[in-house]
Design a protein around this ligand. Structure first.
Ligand code: SF4
Length: 315
């Protein structure tokens, strides 16, 4: 698989673009995830024409539509930033990004809970960085995250799973539209979708079942929207345990009573939080291989991202 293209706040790659001339290098993003992705670096403040170093700025006013203002000399950078950002997102559309990693807390790049100051100089953590807002409005379905939340194993796993899923979906989009190809994609992703949302799993099942009645472009659009919406919802031990038990049903005939008991126990221990997801997954993979279960061995759920990232060792 060719590398996944991701947008990223430039300072996270170690570029010295911050107001104080420094950076915010994140080693996980560069050294680990960087093996699988190609980054497109964006520094809104430098790209809109501000120097390094520069006066620091913050958001002021109404948290819904704040102004971007320098802290000491009170220069209003809002219009300059908006004009640049609107042009930049249109350029980024040509890059075919599968997601964006934003720098947290930044008035330009923060994705959520950015401080917005009122007229008395008191902050509320309800803002969105000015570029991040314009980006997310322009690309509502793209996976986005902040580097800080990616330190949390469950957010990390969710985000990385989504960018890999989107990359696979983009490969489908690069081929000639075909209901057969879409159904094949859906079949392989069924259990992954179920692990995020049983409701979306049902919706997508119904959509695919009436695929022949829907014009193909509309079918693709509807499918993509529901897929991205489903994967945005986080998995949980309860949802994963449900999928694992569902998978166990495929070995009804082959497993002995003792093996079934052991597998159920392993799933239950995981559900209670005593072991990570990789434990029951490994046991299921063992049975899939041993009994050569054709449906399960095609399931992306069993290998949604490279094992080397060890994402399921921590959730
Ligand atoms: S947070 Fe955003 S605007 Fe600030 S230095 Fe990093 S990339 Fe540039």
């Amino acid at each position: 698989m060719e590398k996944i293209k991701l947008g990223i706040s430039a300072c996270l790659l170690g570029e010295n673009v911050r107001y104080d001339g420094g950076h915010k290098l994140d080693r996980f993003l560069t050294d680990t995830l960087g093996q699988y992705v190609e980054y497109v670096a964006v520094c809104p403040e430098v790209e809109c024409g501000l120097p390094v170093p520069r006066e620091s700025m913050h958001l002021e006013g109404d948290p819904i539509s704040p102004r971007l203002v320098t802290i000491r000399t009170k220069q209003d950078m809002t219009d300059r930033m908006i004009k640049w950002a609107q042009k930049r997102v249109a350029e980024l559309e040509k890059e075919g990004l599968c997601g964006f990693i934003f720098k947290s807390d930044s008035p330009s790049s923060g994705m959520e809970r950015v401080k917005v100051y009122n007229e008395k100089g008191m902050p509320v953590k309800k803002g969105v960085g000015m570029f991040a807002r314009i980006f997310m409005e322009y690309f509502p379905l793209l996976p986005v995250e902040e580097e800080e939340r990616l330190h949390d194993p469950s957010f990390r796993e969710n985000f990385i799973e989504r960018i890999f899923a989107l990359k696979r979906w983009r490969e489908i989009l690069s081929k000639k539209e075909s209901r057969g190809i879409l159904v094949e994609f859906h079949t392989k992703h069924k259990l992954l979708i179920l692990s995020h949302s049983p409701k979306h799993y049902q919706m997508m099942g119904k959509l695919v079942a009436k695929a022949r009645e829907i014009p193909i472009k509309e079918l693709y659009q509807q499918y993509q929207a529901i897929l991205m919406e489903a994967l945005q919802l986080k998995t949980s031990p309860k949802k994963n345990a449900n999928v694992l038990q569902h998978m166990m049903g495929y070995f009804k005939e082959q497993l002995s009573a003792d093996e079934k008991k052991e597998l159920l126990e392993v799933i239950e221990v995981y559900r209670k939080g005593y072991t990570p997801l990789i434990v029951p997954i490994t046991l299921i993979q063992h049975y899939v291989r041993k009994y050569d279960q054709p449906y399960l061995k095609e399931q992306v759920y069993l290998h949604p991202h490279p094992l080397e990232l060890q994402l399921r060792n921590h959730v």
